[in-house]
Ligand binder design. Structure first.
Ligand SMILES: Cc1cc2nc3c(=O)[nH]c(=O)nc-3n(C[C@H](O)[C@H](O)[C@H](O)COP(=O)(O)O)c2cc1C
Length: 307
């Protein structure tokens, strides 16, 4: 039997397999490189960058939950210039697509970061719109279609020929509304989902476990929500989707792809087992083989919903 073709295309960017790692859960890859060759991955969504370095939020900022974690890390990062000077040359040693992830306080900040990153030669820019819009009083860009579109337009205008992927927040009533707005504003691809807002409380002290009171839920607990949202979004946009949220094994990734994702990202599952992305890739290969597929990309959009 010929080998299953694992390669996929995400908005013109060809990856040798569909498995990426999710932003904020893999740093810039240095620690994981001590465990496995980063060239095994399809792509690396690097830790979220801001225009200036950030220390992040005070701790505790991570708490365990049933089948997941809550985090309020708050975009701790060295800033976009340090990434370009130090981390990008490190990542460029590997045969893997480098996807820079950015968060801005204003549309202008997104524009400046896109220009810098496009000039530095990243393969794709992932625009995180789940951050507060300072001008609009702290409202997240990702929860209002017109604000999400404004950020997307600004990113596209400054990214040159580098594809722009917009990362959607699940903390909305109708995710398709935001998806359509950013596609209309020129997004080349969409990634989803970011974390779902949650809270844990210590009943004895009556204090929230996280210093920020609330945080974002991720890990296996969110997989069904993510699959549902990928499915909904895939039906209303034409651009490709990078699916994430709770992927921990090949079957999870296959669900994401059947729902409509062209590729997947592994995040929180890395904390339990750093080799998860490689296991997910092999699991996907096995499923494709069992189903007699020539290429794993044949899974994309293949769900057969009940009418
Ligand atoms: C500790 C932590 C940090 C994260 N940092 C970022 C970030 O900087 N930018 C971003 O777009 N998403 C960030 N995320 C969200 C993940 O990239 C991903 O969308 C989410 O966790 C769902 O996938 P998972 O369940 O596989 O972790 C972070 C998630 C975690 C757990």
């Amino acid at each position: 039997m010929p080998e299953v073709d694992l390669s996929v295309n995400l908005a013109g960017m060809t990856m040798k397999n569909p498995v990426c790692v999710a932003s904020g859960t893999f740093g810039f890859g240095r620690e994981y490189n001590e465990l496995f060759d980063l060239s095994e991955l399809g792509g690396i969504c690097a830790k979220g960058l801001t225009l200036h370095p950030r220390e992040g939020n005070p701790g505790p900022r991570i708490a365990e939950t049933p089948m997941g974690i809550l985090n309020s890390v708050g975009l701790q990062n060295p800033g976009v210039d340090a990434f370009i000077a130090t981390e990008l040359p490190f990542l460029r040693q590997f045969d893997v697509k480098v996807i820079a992830n950015i968060s801005g306080n204003t549309p202008e900040e997104y524009g400046i970061m896109c220009e810098k990153l496009a000039g530095a030669g990243v393969d794709m820019i992932e625009v995180n719109i789940s951050c507060p819009n300072v001008k609009a009083g702290g409202l997240a860009y990702g929860t209002r279609p017109e604000l999400a579109a404004e950020v997307t337009e600004m990113a596209k205008a400054h990214a040159g020929s580098v594809p722009v992927m917009v990362k959607l927040s699940p903390n909305v009533t109708d995710i398709t509304e935001i998806a359509r707005a950013v596609e209309g504003a020129g997004a080349d691809a969409l990634s989803l989902i970011n974390t779902i807002r949650g809270m844990r409380i210590d009943v004895n002290t009556r204090r929230p476990i996280l210093k920020m009171n609330t945080g974002g839920l991720s890990g296996p607990a969110v997989l069904p929500v993510a699959v549902r949202m990928v499915w909904e979004v895939a039906q209303c946009v034409k651009v490709p989707i990078l699916g994430m949220g709770g992927v921990a094994k090949g079957e999870d990734a296959a669900q994401m792809m059947l729902a409509g994702a062209s590729a997947v990202a592994v995040g929180t599952a890395l904390f339990a087992d750093p080799f998860t992305p490689i296991k997910v890739r092999e699991g996907l290969r096995e499923i494709a083989e069992k189903q007699g597929l020539a290429a794993v990309r044949e899974l994309t959009g293949g769900v057969r919903p009940w009418s």
